[in-house]
Design a protein around this ligand. Structure first.
Ligand code: FE
Ligand code: FE
Length: 201
């Protein structure tokens, strides 16, 4: 579809976020399967349910406009979910992977916040009050989800850092009693980026 008017743009933007939501809906369960943190799993489950309702709201928007919802693939969301999938495949299951996934999921939320902000503002300018209302509700949920994930990240990051400390302590005899040090000592290769002091970089 060629975009000429603000109305064309509005429909195109709505189709883009519709595609984005559908992609997120498919990806979420697959990503959640590898998550270790119960808190993160719960947050993802909650947002999966919200996302289903967000798709329903968009269906309602297209109904009001008497337009088709299909016809566009959101490449931005495709890329973001691909990155999320890479974290899940490439990082060993545990708090570090959870922390990486939270970063990826927050990117998704920020993307959605931008997209819904755009269409909600357009709807308002067009005097489409009911549509503005529906899009505004979703926008609020995306913002809440972003904040929720920031909260979950605080606990997950702490665990991720502790895990790093625990594996460092295997190297130092003097403070080895911190966590389950029952394994026999064996020489261990230094892994890049796990050393104290590098983490903040
Ligand atoms: Fe959404
Ligand atoms: Fe979302």
């Amino acid at each position: 579809m060629s975009i000429q008017t603000a109305e064309d743009l509005f429909i195109e933007e709505l189709r883009d976020i519709y595609s984005a939501e559908k992609q997120a809906l498919r990806a979420y369960p697959r990503l959640a399967k590898r998550v270790e943190s119960d808190e993160l799993k719960q947050a993802m489950q909650t947002h999966l349910e919200q996302t289903k309702e967000q798709v329903n709201r968009l269906d309602r928007v297209f109904e009001i406009l008497e337009k088709r919802s299909s016809g566009k693939t959101c490449e931005g969301m495709r890329g973001l979910l691909e990155e999320a999938g890479q974290h899940v495949e490439e990082i060993e299951q545990g708090p570090v992977m959870d922390a990486a996934l939270i970063g990826a999921l927050q990117r998704v939320e920020h993307y959605e916040i931008a997209a819904y902000g755009t269409v909600a503002t357009l709807a308002e300018a067009m005097g489409q009050d009911e549509i503005k209302e529906l899009l505004g509700e979703t926008l609020e949920e995306e913002k809440e989800t972003d904040e929720l994930l920031t909260g979950v990240a605080q606990n997950v990051n702490t665990q991720a850092l502790e895990e790093g400390d625990a594996s460092e302590d295997e190297d130092s005899e003097e403070e080895s009693m911190k966590e389950a040090p029952s394994k026999p000592k064996k020489p261990r290769k230094q892994v890049g980026n796990t050393r104290r002091g590098r983490r903040a970089a």
